[in-house]
Design a protein around this ligand. Structure first.
Ligand code: SIN
Ligand code: FE
Length: 283
């Protein structure tokens, strides 16, 4: 498979330069690396523990807080400890590559089947997209994510990986309008965004939406189906890699933010690619 670069976890230290180059070039780093659940934790492998109003359970290590579950009391504590454990597990892995630059964001546990879960086109992650979130501007910071499939019955997480970012950007950028003057400030004042939406955030969000709503593109775009079996862990810059999650159940995910200065190959980043296509600075 061309989009996957497989690395033996015990060799990551010696292969760091290759791993970072692959990752920053838009490859998926793939590890045969399980996240084992304890006897106390296997009880959580059911969608019944998810609050019906959310699609997954999320943990924030910055405030040690858990959301999206109906579990309370001791059961809630065990669940929270499981997500905290995954937060540490995934951090140890990416720290080898980007040590002190990392900001650790949300950890999530997804015991709900990914297929048929979408509520709207923009929220439909079974359509090819690059990640960009309306309320959370990143101002050029990268979105790096670690995933682990913990399905107990052998079911893979099935993704599609699309074309390289430069190709995605080249096909959509001409159709995306420039940010309206004053809009970023308004969105911030109305608390629709948490911070000011930079021109970079504007284009990334437009790109995300345009990809998902273009059904012709979804059909015709070059893509590869990738199966992540239980017991595997993968790391991806999801703001760069065109991806779609087609099916699968029981997965952990950890998001990190990485400042642009931490990149070893910044010329390959979405920011630089967009700036060169648009011939202007975006942050
Ligand atoms: C996504 O980031 O689009 C979803 C990934 C997944 O649920 O497998
Ligand atoms: Fe995504």
């Amino acid at each position: 498979m061309t989009n996957l670069v497989t690395i033996d976890p015990s060799e990551l230290q010696q292969k760091l330069d290759n791993a970072v180059l692959a990752l920053e070039s838009g490859k998926v780093l793939f590890f045969k690396l399980p996240f084992d659940l304890s006897e106390d934790e296997v009880q959580f492998l059911t969608p019944d523990i998810v609050d019906p109003r959310s699609k997954n359970i999320s943990y924030d290590i910055r405030g040690d807080s858990l959301r999206g579950t109906i579990c309370e009391g001791e059961k809630g504590d065990i669940l929270k400890a499981m997500l905290r454990r995954y937060a540490h597990f995934s951090r140890r892995l990416v720290e080898k590559m980007y040590s002190h630059h990392l900001t650790q964001a949300r950890t999530s546990f997804r015991p709900v089947e990914a297929e048929g879960r979408a509520t709207s086109a923009h929220k439909d992650d079974t359509r090819l997209h690059v990640d960009a979130f309306p309320a959370n501007p990143v101002s050029g910071k990268r979105i790096l994510r670690v995933f682990t499939n913990v399905n107990p019955s052998g079911k893979p997480r099935v993704w599609r990986i699309g074309e390289p970012f430069a190709d995605v950007a080249a096909s959509f950028i001409p159709t995306l309008g420039a940010p309206l003057p004053g809009l970023a400030r308004l969105l911030k004042a109305l608390k629709i965004t948490k911070t000011l939406r930079s021109p970079y955030d504007h284009y990334m969000l437009k790109l995300h939406d345009a990809m998902k709503t273009d059904l012709e593109y979804q059909k015709a775009a070059p893509k590869e189906e990738v199966l992540f079996p239980p017991g595997s862990t993968w790391i991806v810059f999801t703001d760069q890699v065109s991806h779609a999650a087609m099916s699968g159940q029981h997965m952990f995910e950890q998001s990190f933010y990485l400042p642009p200065e931490a990149l070893k190959h910044p010329e390959r980043s979405p920011l630089r690619i967009l700036e060169s296509l648009l011939q202007k600075k975006l942050i």
